[in-house]
Design a protein around this ligand. Structure first.
Ligand code: ADP
Length: 456
């Protein structure tokens, strides 16, 4: 993406991760006057090596700056604004994210935006895959994979498939999507949005600026999203499509008992069986499939092409990723299940589970999962959360405090091979990874390596 909209403008870029660096580089190449900063010395060094002007925000004269581009990881409002945000506010400077810049730079192409507490990446990748399979020109990015400023310019037939976190929505005042999807809203990241109302208000922005001809896809199975759907249906001129996995929706798309029902177009009633599609196992993935289907339909793709894409989707690494089947024991990597809500989905999807969980615990721990404990044969606890999780499991199911992932894989393998019946060894931590791994990806890779070493 060649920058053209900010020539001679003074832009301060704060936060030099992948997306911050990409934004700074593109703006710099497009002849903006770019100043960059990061609280971490190694990030600043990487920027300096890339030829960028590294300067603390307060060392730049107000007259030289027109805008502050903030990394989504930097607190904008809660728990309290980062000092750089406070400084920008004091001098009435617009504070935006890379998505805002992207929307100004993009010259053509439709936009599909996906948000929700869980399932964003899967749904984004699924839509990307369906569109590619159908022969469309497509570019995927945002909160997944490629930073938006590194995406190519598409022509008017192209489609950008963009995943947006609540932080990104918060930093994109001009956000507008031709097709916008809201998957679900459950408590998460409340430290950054004060409370559920604040979090919900930000998520709802996925539909802002939509007009007639645009399409809003909303999963109506959770009460907050149902309310949002009803409000949009009443107040917006965009076409609202309800998706559900609990009921066959009139005028919407549902997947119930693995069968997809498309009633989004009046007078039509199209069905397709998705059972046996391993990458779409579980009700939560049916939700993702229904939303992806509805979005692709809204883009004008025919049902048979969409279904072809749904059936050939390979799934994403670290999300209920089936790694190996050995002596009737399936090893599943769901390292991305960093909260109880996500872990619940994989516990619901398998039986006779040897469950590896733990890491940095989140508020509420694994208490909300107690309804699934009967599906678990044994739990293997790792990381900082081990003692707290043990407390929740006490008298409910057998567990072993293993501390490390290595020890947990060994213990779970030994126990499940000894059973001599089909079992699933499931890494679904219900906790963040940062106590023992740099990221959930690193935790999942470590699990995969350990599983590949297992021999009979
Ligand atoms: P996100 O990008 O929103 O974090 P992912 O697609 O990466 O979502 O999935 C994250 C975790 O949430 C995985 O563990 C996955 O099993 C679970 N998950 C996927 N889709 C959904 C959904 N629609 N609802 C709830 N949980 C989901």
């Amino acid at each position: 993406m060649k920058s053209h909209a900010y020539q001679k403008k003074g832009i301060a870029v704060f936060g030099l991760g992948k997306s911050g660096l990409a934004t700074a580089r593109r703006l710099h190449d497009g002849q903006a006057n770019v100043f960059v900063w990061d609280d971490h010395q190694n990030q600043r060094a990487a920027a300096a090596a890339a030829g960028l002007d590294v300067r603390a925000f307060d060392a730049v004269s107000r007259a030289d700056v027109d805008m502050l581009v903030l990394s989504p990881g930097v607190p904008l409002t809660h728990p309290k604004p980062h000092p750089v945000v406070q400084l920008a506010r004091e001098v009435n400077l617009d504070v935006v994210g890379d998505m805002e810049i992207f929307l100004k730079e993009k010259t053509a192409g439709r936009v599909v935006g996906i948000t929700g507490t869980n399932g964003k990446s899967t749904t984004t990748a699924l839509i990307n895959h369906i569109l590619k399979t159908a022969g469309e020109q497509v570019a995927m990015g945002g909160n997944i994979g490629t930073p938006v400023m590194d995406l190519p310019q598409l022509d008017e037939n192209g489609v950008y498939v963009l995943e947006l976190s609540s932080y990104q929505l918060d930093l994109t005042p001009s956000w507008h999507a031709d097709v916008a999807i809201l998957l679900n809203i459950t408590p998460d990241h409340l430290d950054r949005h004060s409370d559920m109302d604040g979090y919900t208000a930000v998520k709802k922005r996925i539909f802002q600026n939509q007009m007639s001809g645009d399409v809003a896809v909303v999963n109506i199975d959770d009460p907050i999203c149902r309310q949002i759907f009803d409000d949009l249906d009443e107040t917006q001129t965009s076409n609202c499509v309800a998706v559900s996995t609990s009921q066959i929706t009139e005028n919407g798309v549902s997947v119930v008992d693995a069968v997809l029902h498309d009633r989004s177009i009046q007078g039509e009633n199209w069905t397709c069986d998705l059972s046996g599609v391993e990458a779409l196992r579980g009700t939560h993935n049916w939700q993702n499939a229904a939303a992806a289907y509805a979005a692709c339909r809204a883009l004008g793709i025919g049902p048979e092409h969409i279904v072809e894409g749904l059936k050939s989707f390979g799934g994403l690494a670290h999300r209920m990723e089936s790694i190996r089947l050995l002596k009737g024991v399936r090893f599943v990597n769901d390292s991305k299940a960093t909260n109880a809500d996500a872990a619940e989905k994989s516990l619901a999807s398998y039986d006779n589970i040897h469950w590896i969980c733990g890491g940095v615990p989140k508020a509420g721990g694994i208490e909300p999962l107690s309804g699934y404990f009967s599906k678990v044969t044994h739990a293997y606890l790792i990381g900082e959360a081990a003692d707290a999780f043990a407390e929740s499991l006490k008298d409910k199911l057998p567990y072993t405090i293993c501390n490390t992932l290595d020890a947990a894989v060994q213990a779970a393998t030994k126990a499940s091979f000894a059973e001599d019946k089909p079992a699933t060894i499931l890494l679904a931590p219900a906790a963040a990874s940062f106590d023992q791994f740099p990221s959930f990806e690193a935790r999942g890779e470590a699990f995969r390596d350990l599983v590949c070493e297992v021999s009979i």
